[in-house]
Design a binder for this molecule. Sequence first.
Ligand SMILES: Nc1ncnc2c1ncn2[C@@H]1O[C@H](COP(=O)(O)OP(=O)(O)OP(=O)(O)O)[C@@H](O)[C@H]1O
Ligand SMILES: [Mg+2]
Length: 332
Amino acid sequence: MNQDLLIRLFKSIEGDKNDDIVKVAQKIIEDENVKGHTKLAERLKGILFKNLSTHEIFNKELRTLLPNGAFIPTDKRNNIPLATSINHHDLRHEMILPDEIENKINRIEKEFSARERLASFGLKPKKKILLYGSPGCGKSMSAERIAWTIGLPFLKVRLDAIISSYLGESASNLKKLFDSLNGYPCVLLLDEFDYIAKTRGNMQDVGEMHRIVNILLNLLEDYNAPGILIATTNIEGTIDKAIFRRFDDIIEIPKPGKEEIVRLLKSTLSTIEIDTKVKLQIIAEKLENFSAALIVKVAQDAAKFSVIQGRKIVNQTDLTKAVEENRLYNSK
Ligand SMILES: Nc1ncnc2c1ncn2[C@@H]1O[C@H](COP(=O)(O)OP(=O)(O)OP(=O)(O)O)[C@@H](O)[C@H]1O
Ligand SMILES: [Mg+2]
């Protein structure tokens, strides 16, 4: 059915969880989820949830279903899913990395693809990966790219939903999520997982903090799901050494070097012509120490300057102006 019609229909539903109409509505949400229309399913769920009275039981029934009997649980109090999925075609995957890093990521992908051959020799692919490095250099994107290349579903843990101010619930949320995904082959991203450490100060109960870290240690230790777990952080120094030890591979995603900067500029500007007089090497020198995300933004800004002025070619002035404007955003 057409999305707008579904939304209008859902807005008119009232009643309680035992009404037939509500059960049919729940079935529609599940079907949309299975079809991969996760955004629509979330929207419908929100509308239905608002219209109903008995929230708590409803939460349990509306968890997101995945194939093979797996599901994404929600937190008990706010009905927020503990992970979100990204469709295969929305995964960012066209990355520019130094050869050394490209080879390391490529090896993870190859090992996963050869997992059965490896198993026949009693060997296992790398399954628990930690990516660290400064912001905007492709940590989260690397995780998406790995899922894209090996063709596994991609799920991102929602630490904001996991961390609860209610005693004991954060640790049990984390465990609940890992348990429910135990047999589900996917790339599971624990993005910016230092968030757990950062919330330490805000926690009313310090014991709760220890419980989460301990649960995380156990979950990492025991992780043996048929997929890959990827954690990211940009604060290498403050991560508990005990956590570091539990990963099969730890990779630093560095800021782009000169060669990568030129490739990033060229690939971002691939839809527009670059003036033959442009000296990309000189622009690249000015962009040293910029994050990849900012370099992409510089190239996009330069392209926009030229298009707005009615030109179809990016020139040196466009690029220099974009570099200067974005210098402010560059973190050291
Ligand atoms: N190596 C790369 N190759 C191509 N584009 C990149 C690369 N790294 C980053 N980008 C660009 O920067 C954007 C942000 O990247 P990403 O979200 O992966 O950064 P991050 O390292 O996870 O940053 P943060 O620490 O802030 O979460 C991407 O959407 C992409 O446009
Ligand atoms: Mg990130």
